[in-house]
Design a protein around this ligand. Structure first.
Ligand code: RIB
Length: 302
């Protein structure tokens, strides 16, 4: 068990997942090969991933006052996550319509629902969780104002702030000064900077805006890191990917967990790459998140 505590502030969704041969084109109707519903949401996925990797985890989030919301909150509790600041509101629980093709690539359409009820007052009411945590992890499936407010409050309490800027959105300039690690993929990096196909230049741009470290996830090409910790390129692990859903989420959780340990930045990035890669070898979001033993075995075999 890792002695430090991670707080995730973010979304909780039910995922409706269909598998197809090819992703549909505009106007096309397709038959799915299979269908499942399962627990998801970038925030909840990151909380569960960090917990399975051995961290103490708490979460601030919102579900609807409905059967699905109750079930999702209970499943986070069963994972051993502190859910005392996950509240139920009179708006339906968030959901995601996910289509996965035969190569494991996906499209995701998110209905925010209850997640967008998470406001600054809620964060104030949950301040004790921020105070007691070591690292605060945020994504962009809750209102931007709440993300900004949370990052500012976390910094006021001297916490390490990780912002996973997903799904891709522009960010207010002020937020960068509160961020220790910002972790876009290439699409999100382009959305943030307008700089295409030049990861180094785009990362430098985010540093200039005030973020302390940039970690860009590059899928099969691994990841690139630039910032106060230095400049690194770390290769990915070769795996047979069947579903990439939640790979970015588990990468972020692994980054947070490894930052809690006394590892070199190269080992931290290697560990996060391994966790992300392993996540792609199983179907679904939370169903695919590995535990620490699986990750250790995977790394030692490679
Ligand atoms: O990152 C994957 C997640 O994105 C899914 O679980 C879905 O709920 C959306 O939030």
């Amino acid at each position: 068990m890792i002695s430090l505590e991670i707080l995730v502030i973010g979304s909780i969704n039910i995922d409706y997942v269909s598998t197809v041969e090819e992703l549909p084109r505009k106007g096309e109707t397709l038959h799915a090969n299979s269908f499942e519903d399962s627990a998801g949401g970038k925030g909840a996925n990151q909380a569960v991933a960090a917990r399975r990797l051995g961290a103490e985890v708490s979460m601030i989030g919102a579900v609807g006052n409905d059967v699905i919301g109750k079930k999702l909150k209970e499943s986070l509790e069963k994972e051993g996550i502190d859910t005392s600041c996950i509240n139920a509101v009179d708006v339906p629980t968030g959901n995601a319509l996910i289509t996965v093709d035969k190569n494991g690539d996906n499209t995701i359409v998110v209905y925010s629902g209850a997640n967008f009820q998470l406001d600054n007052k809620w964060i104030d009411d949950s301040e004790r969780l921020i105070e007691r945590s070591d690292i605060v992890v945020l994504q962009l499936e809750i209102p931007m104002e709440t993300v900004m407010y949370s990052a500012k409050l976390a910094k006021k309490h001297n916490k390490i702030v990780i912002l996973n800027p997903a799904p891709a959105k522009e960010l207010p300039e002020e937020i960068y000064s509160y961020i220790d690690y910002i972790t876009p993929n290439e699409t999100e990096l382009y959305k943030l900077t307008g700089i295409e196909e030049n990861v180094e230049m785009a990362s430098k741009e985010l540093l200039d805006r005030g973020a302390k470290n940039i970690v860009v996830t590059l899928g099969e090409k691994g990841c690139y890191c630039l910032g106060k910790v230095g400049e690194y390129r770390v290769d990915s692990f070769r795996v047979e990917a069947i579903d990439t859903t939640a790979a970015g989420d588990s990468f972020n959780a692994a980054l947070a967990v490894a930052l809690c340990e006394n590892k070199s930045i190269e080992d931290i990035l290697k560990f996060a790459n391994a966790v992300g890669a392993l996540t792609t070898t199983k179907k679904g979001a939370q169903t695919s998140l590995p535990c620490m033993q699986e990750v250790n075995e995977f790394i030692s075999k490679k």
